[in-house]
Ligand binder design. Structure first.
Ligand SMILES: Cc1cc2nc3c(=O)[nH]c(=O)nc-3n(C[C@H](O)[C@H](O)[C@H](O)COP(=O)(O)OP(=O)(O)OC[C@H]3O[C@@H](n4cnc5c(N)ncnc54)[C@H](O)[C@@H]3O)c2cc1C
Length: 445
């Protein structure tokens, strides 16, 4: 184990599709995605609902308003504090900015769309050499006037893009434009953005890696807060990891593995960011965020306050949490345990292999669309109901895994949502079970 804190720069999110195929080959522990969704098997260890953990307590139990940290009282609690410093004040943004990480395209306005994906970026201008335009798109519904745009530019510099198609930021490759796609580079910038938006009456919608999101075709009015630049990641020996919300799950697993720390093996199959993972309590049959989280820090969108909750107060349960929608997760502390690297590698490889054998590859998706109902599997119910292969345009109920409703080309959100409703209605008719969506839907038609 290294004595000093180790830092890794998170790759741009969503880069998951490309990384998944690599991961499926068992090669890269760094990969943020296993390409496959193991959630359907969560119940194999019993009732999927039995994963409900935490005290189920609703916020704001356990809140620490961080005034002490802000005043410098607790030198150890600087992670994501009001002062905006990353864990131990370390952050590798500069490396990415200098091109250190070839995978990172999480740049500002000049950044190009993610590369190496397996599906076409619908509607992006093909520049003829495999590149796609990162230009803004028509957004007649935008509610931001010139003054608001100027103010956001002053606040975030190149960390804001206007009329940005959100299909570039979702693994489904679906979604209309955000009026402003804002990527604060520190917790202090998150707070400043929250305060400005609250004062200006501009709504904020948060996205992480976009791996569990359907963005409607009309896009999102106001500011979309992307966490991709919150990339602080630090290990405090022997086994504590502080991580900012925009770090990919794969980076966390990689750091743990390199330091012989177990506990996050379940991330071998879960793409997305740590922030999104906290909101969803993401996981697989090997575990979930609830199992390793000591505390979570958020910024309240109404006033920019930084709030810390211990794990019990986060209300983690099966693919959900009680973290309030009016807050953005900015960081967390994870507690791991010593484990030989070979054992970690073996378990992660087995997880990836198992998933690679069972689930769709090289297709734009959110993984599982529906949650498993207690004691059963959404995929089984959908398959028995005969929905496999159903389609609306390019939105298809995967013939490989029925709970994956995927985009095979140029599906619109409207088509996918129509397919979701057809499948849900049919499962209700055949089985009498109302499936609950696992994916989140944002934006307007
Ligand atoms: C191929 C594939 C396989 C998958 N397999 C699994 C699996 O095995 N297990 C599993 O649990 N999930 C799986 N998923 C779903 C997804 O990876 C997880 O739900 C993941 O945790 C979502 O993280 P994200 O950063 O992409 O969140 P997003 O999709 O960006 O957002 C999800 C929700 O969280 C909110 N959110 C995101 N970040 C923040 C933040 N910082 N603060 C506040 N709110 C935030 C968004 O508003 C949204 O409501 C899979 C997805 C894909 C594409």
């Amino acid at each position: 184990m290294t004595a000093a804190a180790e830092i890794y720069c998170a790759r741009v999110l969503p880069g998951g599709i490309d990384e998944r195929s690599e991961a499926a080959e068992g090669g890269d522990p760094d990969s943020s995605a296993g390409g496959i969704d193991e959630r359907s098997e969560a119940a194999e260890g019993g009732d999927p609902d039995s994963s409900a953990g935490g005290a189920g307590g609703s916020a704001p139990r356990g809140i620490d308003e961080r005034s002490e940290a802000a005043e410098g009282g607790d030198p150890d609690s600087s992670a994501g504090g009001a002062g905006g410093s990353a864990p131990r004040g370390i952050d590798e943004r500069s490396e990415a900015a200098e091109g250190g990480d070839p995978d990172s395209s999480a740049g500002g306005a000049g950044g190009s769309a993610p590369r190496g994906i397996d599906v076409e970026l619908i509607g992006d201008e093909d520049l003829g050499d495999g590149e796609v335009s990162a230009a803004a798109v028509a957004n007649p519904g935008s509610r931001l006037d010139d003054d608001a745009r100027r103010a956001l530019r002053e606040l975030l510099g190149d960390g804001v893009r206007f009329d940005e198609p959100l299909r570039r930021h979702t693994t489904l490759k679906i979604g209309g434009p955000a009026d402003a796609f804002c990527e604060p580079a520190s917790v202090a910038e998150v707070s400043a953005l929250a305060r400005w938006c609250a004062a200006a009456g501009v709504p904020i919608t948060v996205i992480g890696g976009g791996s569990n999101l359907i963005v409607r075709d009309g896009g999102v009015r106001g500011a979309v807060l992307g966490t991709g630049r919150l990339r602080g990641l630090a290990l405090t020996p022997p086994a504590t990891i502080r991580v900012e919300a925009g770090v990919s799950t794969g980076k966390v697993l990689s750091l743990a593995m390199k330091n012989d720390l177990g506990g996050v093996e379940f991330l071998g199959g879960v793409p997305g960011s740590v922030g999104g993972g906290m909101i969803m309590n993401a996981g697989t049959y090997l575990g979930e965020f609830k199992d390793v989280t000591r505390w979570v820090e958020t910024v309240r969108l109404a006033d920019g306050e930084v709030i810390r909750r211990d794990s019990a107060a986060c209300g983690f349960r099966y693919r959900a949490s009680d973290l309030p929608p009016g807050e953005v997760v900015v960081g967390a502390e994870l507690v791991l345990r010593p484990r030989p690297r070979a054992d970690i590698q073996a378990e992660v490889s087995a997880l990836r292999k198992r998933r690679a054998e069972r689930e769709p590859k090289k297709v734009a998706s959110n993984g599982s669309t529906f949650k498993n109902p207690p004691g059963d599997f959404a995929g089984r119910l959908i398959e028995v109901a005969g929905c496999k292969g159903w389609r609306e345009g390019d939105a298809v109920c995967s013939p490989v895994h029925a709970n994956w409703l995927v985009n095979t080309g140029r599906a619109s959100a409207a088509e996918l949502l129509q397919l979701i409703e057809r499948v849900r209605a049919h499962v209700l008719q055949i089985h009498g079970i109302a499936l609950e969506l696992e994916v989140k839907i944002i934006g307007e038609d």
